[in-house]
Design a protein around this ligand. Structure first.
Ligand SMILES: Nc1ncnc2c1ncn2[C@@H]1O[C@H](COP(=O)(O)OP(=O)(O)OP(=O)(O)O)[C@@H](O)[C@H]1O
Length: 555
């Protein structure tokens, strides 16, 4: 680096001498002083540019690759891992994926290459401008105006190209989604014989994408033609201005003009680079903005930092109180829970029923602080859950969600992802659930796609039971198994949750008829809450649900 920084000016000095000799410039002739200053400015400008480049290269590795890259990645992961779920739903997985993939390709490479290019190109343009100023102010004015037009044209065309690119990405996403739908819903596609229709749609999207690509390439060609033409005009105008300036010099006029022309031909494309770099920088900064938006999502409450409890010391027995709870998913949306109040005693089994969208799953979201309450409080064993860490809270509760999450591995690794249980326990729960025929080492593919829907649910139930927590929430946990298996799962849950508080959300009333009490939700409110027998005697909402279920069964 040192050799280059100090060697380059020396080489340039030699070059300048050779140039002057070749051009047979009489250094004592009028105007020669001006030309010498010009050549010097070229030499110094080039040396500065190269030194800047070297210095930038030296800091780049440490600053962007070693330091910023890992820091930004960590910020992105932290943000995604700690953001409240509504933020996840808002951001969407597509946006996260595009930010993560861009972070690899663009955000980290973008700024430093922008600095590298801009340092080199702006310095190049600056010394071209200074050199031209030395020769002719009129030439500089022309250079400035046409350079401005060139940069504006490039930037405008870059933004048009960017829009076209975005359109292409949107069309490609549509095509990918369609491909995914065909792949994941292959049975439905074949059953309804719509493959031909979907194939035609994919071809149509492919043709649209090809059309967009053709448009982009035409635009690029037109832009490059325009810029070349503009450069030619600029070059001739400047050379003309210089010829006028030096035209009178008898011994050096032609040589000076020739030399200036040569240097100009090399320097002018730099203007084009400046415009390209500026457009690129704009793209990168927009992407960086997007990256920062996702990397700085608001955080959910502290994970373990309870103000009131010694970490790990909190072990509620399962007493749950909802007190005037109001929950809203988004501003302007109606409340999913509207002044919900009820109390559950430790060890009680509560069935939660109600029509679709009545707020059953929202109760779980409030209990686990997946979504924070707008007002009211959820109290566990006398402790307002908003005062404990979300990690601490969630460690007290096992949940079997509506859509279970299975990972590629074995039955064993899915039942016991953290290797906390003995084979005896795993066999016991697998046997009770009727999964023992598979064997603990049975292969489970990603998302459990090599298992039946019922088997996947059973694995999720077993995994929750093995955790042996005081509170268990089952959200439609037996919706996809036959009645005999559902009865078996109910028996399994009873056997493994002695003394635990169990909240069972279900559409099918069979899943909750043996509960101690039934909570009926209606439009975000508690409609009824009592024992099944009392609710039947009341002939209210639960009774009507039973009647509707009986009607469906009879039909
Ligand atoms: N992620 C979400 N974003 C916005 N609104 C939501 C979200 N989840 C639920 N809602 C709304 O909140 C209300 C209650 O939904 P919730 O999922 O609690 O009903 P549910 O009784 O569990 O329904 P289901 O029986 O279909 O599971 C509905 O009006 C629903 O549209």
């Amino acid at each position: 680096m040192g050799l280059a920084t100090f060697g380059v000016p020396v080489l340039l000095y030699q070059w300048r001498t050779a140039l002057l000799r070749t051009a047979a410039i009489d250094t004592r002739a009028p105007g020669a002083d001006l030309l010498q200053r010009y050549v010097w400015s070229v030499a110094v400008g080039t040396a500065v540019t190269i030194s800047l480049g070297w210095a930038q290269l030296a800091v780049k590795e440490w600053l962007y690759i070693r330091h910023n890259r890992s820091r930004l990645h960590r910020a992105l992961l932290d943000s995604l891992a700690r953001a409240p779920m509504p933020e996840h739903w808002r951001v969407g997985s597509h946006r996260v994926l595009s930010v993560v993939s861009f972070s690899e390709r663009g955000v980290f490479l973008g700024p430093h290459s922008f600095i590298e290019d801009s340092a080199m190109q702006f310095a190049a343009v600056a010394f071209t401008a200074y050199s031209t100023f030395l020769i002719s102010r009129w030439a500089l004015a022309v250079l400035a105006v046409l350079g401005f037009v060139m940069v504006r044209t490039m930037r405008h065309s870059s933004s048009v190209l960017r829009e076209i690119q975005q359109q292409k990405v949107a069309e490609m996403q549509k095509r990918d989604q369609l491909m995914h739908a065909i792949f994941s819903g292959a049975l439905t596609v074949r059953a309804f014989r719509v493959y031909g229709h979907m194939e035609a749609r994919i071809w149509q999207l492919g043709a649209t994408i090809a059309g967009i690509e053709r448009l982009a390439s035409t635009l690029l060609s037109v832009r490059s033609l325009c810029v070349s033409a503009l450069q030619e005009v600029l070059g001739h105008l400047l050379v003309g201005a210089v010829a006028l300036r030096f035209g009178q010099g008898p011994s050096m006029g032609v040589a000076g003009v020739q030399m200036y022309h040569d240097l100009l031909i090399r320097a002018l494309p730099m203007l084009q680079y400046v415009a390209v770099v500026a457009g690129e920088a704009e793209n990168h900064l927009l992407a960086l903005q997007e990256f920062c938006d996702v990397a700085s999502l608001p955080l959910e409450g502290p994970h373990d930092a309870s103000l009131l409890l010694i970490p790990g010391s909190w072990a509620p027995a399962g007493d749950i109180v909802f007190s005037a709870c109001c929950l809203r998913y988004a501003h302007g949306q109606s409340r999913a829970l509207d002044s919900v109040s009820f109390a559950v005693r430790p060890g009680e089994r509560i069935g939660i029923v109600g029509r679709t969208g009545s707020g059953k799953s929202s109760l779980v979201n409030a209990l686990l602080r997946i979504v924070e309450l707008e007002s009211g409080a959820v109290v566990l064993d006398g402790t307002d859950v908003s005062t404990v860490g979300v990690g601490e809270l969630r460690r007290q509760i096992s949940v079997v969600p509506q859509t279970e999450a299975l990972l590629a591995g074995s039955l064993r690794s899915n039942l016991d992802p953290f290797g906390e249980h003995s084979d005896v326990e795993l066999w016991a729960v697998a046997r009770d659930a009727g999964l023992d025929a598979l064997g603990l080492d049975a292969v489970v593919e990603n998302c459990g796609c090599n298992l039946s829907a019922g088997e996947r649910q059973l694995i999720a139930v077993c995994r929750a039971l093995l955790q042996r927590r005081r509170i268990l929430v089952l959200d439609e946990a037996t919706a996809r198994v036959d009645e005999a298996t559902a009865a078996r799962v109910r028996a399994l849950i009873r056997g493994w949750t002695d003394g635990c508080t169990v909240l069972t959300i279900a559409h099918g009333l069979d899943a909750v008829h043996d509960s101690d009490r039934i909570l009926v939700m209606d439009d975000g409110r508690v409609a009824e809450f009592d024992s099944p027998a009392a609710l039947v005697a009341q002939r209210g909402a639960y009774f009507r649900l039973l009647g509707a279920a009986a009607g469906r069964a009879g039909a």
